[in-house]
Every structure is written in structure tokens, then in C-alpha cells.
Design a binder for this molecule. Structure first.
Ligand code: PMP
Length: 393
């Protein structure tokens, strides 16, 4: 036999491991590390939701469900979306998936032909470019500068559109910047999207975690429902990352195409856990609110503290990340993250893990306790003090 690696597909061999996991793994081998690296809630799933899943097991719901997911769950998702984003989807326009991750994967695989381009606003969640590539498409990035609050303008969008552009991915609130697009900004982008007949992959996984003003979905803008796949899930809003439950909603033929792939690749999402998701949507708005309030307090603290230390940090509208600039320190984002971990045992993610436009920044997650955040700030201040002139170490 030849070298085992030589049997791999070229696609798999070329795929780069996630820059987030690398730091995660480094940190997990050290003691007394404060991690601002992870992208998941520090809360445990509210008890009532867990109880519903336990009851479901006790009652013996151990079979497959309909490939698209339990009809009761799809009805709940439909009612939820109508209330949350003001868009009406019937159950046939909704697909329950294994996390928002699988919904993204299915959406790209169902919609892209080889060479089709998807515009990705960068800094961006690490999975998008990889999933577009795996689906045979080509990710094309549009840099969203800090000066513009990590948003893009309609002009930027228009100039990025080429002959092969099929669609755009919009993630609002954004991972890693926390940036939210408001209704007017989305409407301005929608005009360009419609003019060029693009489709939209709208990642709304952080939709419940917004802290200032109303949440806006591009699907709710006139003419957009017909060209948008809304992707969301339970991971962030209900602290259910390990449950692996998400969903997609959109035009019926598109959802049906995603369902075709899903029924071969995964069959369905886990039955008993879908009962937990029904309970989450029916009875746990109050829990979501409590978690949101807690994240808001931490965000306010962290942004103020980072700016005070001298790391310029814009105030993000949502998610649970801040994205401060480390440019003044003269280090690359990777060197900053590595040194900070080694010297002060604080784990953050270097901005370049989210694409080239993330260079010069780090992502800090505030999905950790206030005490941990305060201790992290003490350590970061000490570290930055050794790098910035005029700050004592
Ligand atoms: N989209 C974004 C922007 C995310 O940050 C994440 C999780 N980190 C996902 C999608 C995937 O979420 P899920 O757990 O539902 O697969």
C-alpha cells in the first residue's frame, strides 16, 4: 500500500483545520486557563427542556421521525418565526436539521452548481467558506471594515457581484464581530440582491441574542422571502449546543431539495431531542430572556474594560463575542493569542481564523461568568501593559 494520505480525496486533503479548534486544543492541555475562546453558552440547557427530552425517552420515542422533522416541531418553528421575524412559513417550508451547521451544508449543496460563487462578508464564521467549497462552490469574500462597524455597504456588495455569483451569506448577529444589520441596512442590501437576482443564505443562529433595538431578518424585507433560506437553531438561544438541533426555512422547492439530500445523508434529527426543542419553543421564552440579560451585562462590562486597557473595541449589537483591535500592540493576531495564552493563560481566538480581514483583531467570547471575565481582564491588562507604551505592566 502507498502512504495512507495519498488515498484521500483532493478536497479533503486541501481542507484546512479550523483555526478555532487549534486554540481550543492548545488551551485544554493547560491548567488554570480562562477561556474566552469558545463559541457556546456557559449555561446548561434549561431544566424543563431537558425534562421533556427525558420524558420522551421514557415514553419510548426512539424511532426515526419524518425526514423533515416532527410535524409538531415544524409547526412550533413556523409559529416562532412568524412571531420573531414576521414571516409566515408553512410546515412544508421548514426542515429540522442536525444543528444550523447541517442546514448550512444542505443549503449550499442544494443550491450551488460547480463554480457558483457565494459572497461571504468577512470576518466570517469559519464554516462558510469550507462548506461552500465542499458543495463545489466558490467562496468570495467582501471585507467588512471595523470603521464601518464590520458591515458592508450596498456599493461594496454590487462591486463584488460577478457573472458566477449565485448568492450571499448574511450572518446577523455576526460571529465573530457581534455586528447586527438593522432593517434599513438590510433593505439597502436587498435592493442590490434583487437587482442581480441573487439568493440569500441568512444565518440567524444568534437572532435571540441581540441587545439593542429590534431584531431584523432580511427574509422580512419585501421580495426577499422568495429568495432567502433562513437558517437557525437551538444551540445559542436555548443553550443547546450539544443537542445538535437546527432548522432551515425557505421557498418550498429549495427546502424539498435540501430534504432530498438530508434523507440520504442523515435521515432525520434525533427523535427524543426534537421533543425537547418543542418544549423550548413552547415554554422557555423567559429563560432566553434571562440569559440574554446576563450576556448584555457581560458585553457592556467587557467592551468598556477592553477600551480602557487600550484595545479599541466597538460595541457589538448581538451574539456573545467582542472583536477588539490589537493593532496598537504591533503583534499579529496569532502571535498575540499565542503569547497571551502562554504568559497569562487566557485563551482567545486570533482574528485571522475568520479570514484575512480579521487580521489585527482577536475574538473574545463573553459566554463565561462575570468573575472569569474580570480575571481575564486583569490578565489581559497585565499582558498588554508589557506591549503598549505608556501602560504599565
Ligand atoms: N452559524 C454560526 C454563525 C455559528 O457561530 C455557529 C456555531 N458556532 C453555527 C452556525 C452552528 O450552530 P449549530 O450548533 O446549530 O450547528
Amino acid at each position: 500500500m502507498k502512504n495512507p494520505e495519498s488515498y484521500l480525496s483532493e478536497t479533503a486533503a486541501r481542507l484546512r483545520p479550523s483555526g478555532i479548534r487549534k486554540f481550543f486544543d492548545l488551551a485544554s492541555n493547560m491548567e488554570d486557563v480562562i477561556s474566552l475562546g469558545v463559541g457556546e453558552p456557559d449555561f446548561v440547557t434549561p431544566w424543563g427542556i431537558r425534562e421533556a427530552a427525558i420524558a420522551s425517552l421514557e415514553e419510548g420515542y426512539t424511532s426515526y421521525t419524518a425526514n423533515a422533522g416532527l410535524i409538531e416541531l415544524r409547526r412550533e418553528i413556523s409559529a416562532y418565526l412568524q412571531k420573531k421575524i414576521g414571516v409566515k412559513y408553512d410546515a412544508g417550508q421548514i426542515l429540522v436539521t442536525i444543528g444550523a451547521s447541517q442546514a448550512l451544508d444542505l443549503a449550499f449543496r442544494a443550491m450551488l452548481n460547480p463554480g457558483d460563487e457565494v459572497l461571504i462578508i468577512e470576518p466570517a464564521f469559519v464554516s462558510y467558506a469550507a462548506l461552500v467549497t465542499l458543495a463545489g462552490g466558490k467562496p468570495v469574500t467582501i471585507p467588512a471594515p471595523a470603521e464601518n462597524g464590520f458591515k458592508i455597504t450596498p456599493e461594496q456588495l454590487e462591486s463584488a457581484i460577478g457573472r458566477r455569483t449565485k448568492g450571499i451569506l448574511i450572518c446577523s448577529p455576526n460571529n465573530p464581530t457581534g455586528t447586527c444589520f438593522n432593517k434599513e441596512e438590510l433593505a439597502a442590501l436587498a435592493e442590490v440582491i434583487e437587482k442581480h437576482d441573487l439568493i440569500v443564505f441568512s444565518d440567524e443562529i444568534y437572532g435571540e441574542l441581540t441587545y439593542d433595538g429590534e431584531y431584523a431578518s432580511i427574509a422580512a424585507i419585501g421580495g426577499m422571502k422568495e429568495r432567502t433560506i433562513v437558517i437557525s437553531g437551538f444551540s445559542k438561544a436555548f443553550a443547546m449546543t450539544g443537542w445538535r438541533l437546527g432548522y432551515a426555512a425557505g421557498p418550498k422547492p429549495w427546502i424539498q431539495a435540501m430534504l432530498k439530500i438530508h434523507q440520504y445523508a442523515a435521515m432525520c434529527a434525533p427523535h427524543m431531542l426534537q421533543h425537547g426543542a418543542i418544549e423550548a419553543l413552547r415554554n422557555h421564552e423567559e429563560d432566553v430572556k434571562k440569559m440574554r440579560d446576563s450576556y448584555r451585562r457581560r458585553r457592556n462590562y467587557l467592551v468598556a474594560a477592553l477600551n480602557k486597557i487600550g484595545l479599541d473595541c466597538h460595541m457589538p449589537g448581538g451574539a456573545f463575542y467582542v472583536f477588539p483591535s490589537i493593532q496598537k500592540t504591533g503583534l499579529t493576531s496569532e502571535a498575540f493569542a499565542e503569547e497571551l495564552l502562554k504568559k497569562e493563560k487566557v485563551a482567545v481566538v486570533p482574528g485571522n481564523a475568520f479570514g484575512e480581514s480579521g487580521e489585527g483583531y482577536i475574538r473574545c467570547s463573553y459566554a463565561t461568568s462575570m468573575e472569569q471575565l474580570q480575571e481575564a481582564i486583569r490578565r489581559i491588562e497585565r499582558f498588554v501593559g508589557t506591549l503598549l507604551p505608556g501602560k504599565k505592566g
